[in-house]
Design a protein around this ligand. Sequence first.
Ligand code: NAP
Length: 298
Amino acid sequence: MLTGVRIVFLGGDARQLEVIRKCVELDATVSAAGFDKWEAPCPGVSLEQMTVELLSNADVLVLPTVGCDDEGNISALFSSERLMLLEEHFAALPPHCLVYSGMAKSYLRGMCAKHSLKLIELLNRDDVAIYNSIPTAEGALVMAIQNTDFTIHSSKSMVLGLGRTGFTMARSLQGLGASVKAGVRKQEHYARAEEMGWKPFMTSELLLHVPDVDLIFNTIPSMIITAQVLSRISPHCLIVDLASAPGGCDFRYAEKRGIKAMLAPGLPGIVAPKSAGIIMANALVQSISDEALIKGDE
Ligand code: NAP
């Protein structure tokens, strides 16, 4: 339970509604700014304006999954007002306040460091990344289905990178009946791919493995699908780049060659905001409880 914990939410999208619901359910004292257009707010949440006073009473501050930009702008889908997190807001937070966000850019990290506030980026947790890989893979499959005229079943599909997202992606493709090639750089990943029934190869030899491929799903966050690689790919092949911006594909050259290549950021929040919100809610609650335990041990 979160009884007695004062949680302030600032902005966010449909995912945040699930997180708010969960915190209210667990008896936290919940205030939310940037939700004036939320049509049916859940009972128990207090909708507020973003003020220094609101922040000065927070035990926990929860920002949207993407945090804020480097000017302090917070995206708030359920508000017509502009939300900005300025230095005065950080200064107002009590020193024990935990600041949560999915990920953080340098401005947010810098401000938290300057004001000695603990910043927790939930997407850095392995469990969150693994759970998030489920809606990500489902979203990538939707994109593949919508942008091809052939079935995934019997297709020659390739997954680049067998981390948390790549593994789920490869398994999902296999489940739909695709023949799956997996590009890795570590022997243990090679062995695991073979054990899973996929066709592993080293990404240093990517050039040799692309000519007959129908679908490529990239999860490697650096330039991997270069112009040289693209020059070997068949024009009917679709590339779905899941890696964080700018992705790992030379999009300019792909367009020049007439190969459809798309960067697909933020899929969990787009295709399954409710599930993605529940994933974040569970991680937030777990983390607040862990932090409370740590304080109790001190
Ligand atoms: P991850 O667990 O770190 O996986 C990345 C994998 O890429 C690692 O296994 C890494 O292998 C491998 N890799 C890196 N360079 C390589 C190379 N040159 N050759 C072969 N393998 C290489 O990360 P993740 O959680 O799966 O996320 C992957 C990317 O997807 C990130 O950019 C993340 O931000 C993004 N993402 C996007 C969405 C979306 O909606 N589009 C959703 C979730 C995540 P090693 O172990 O050898 O380092």
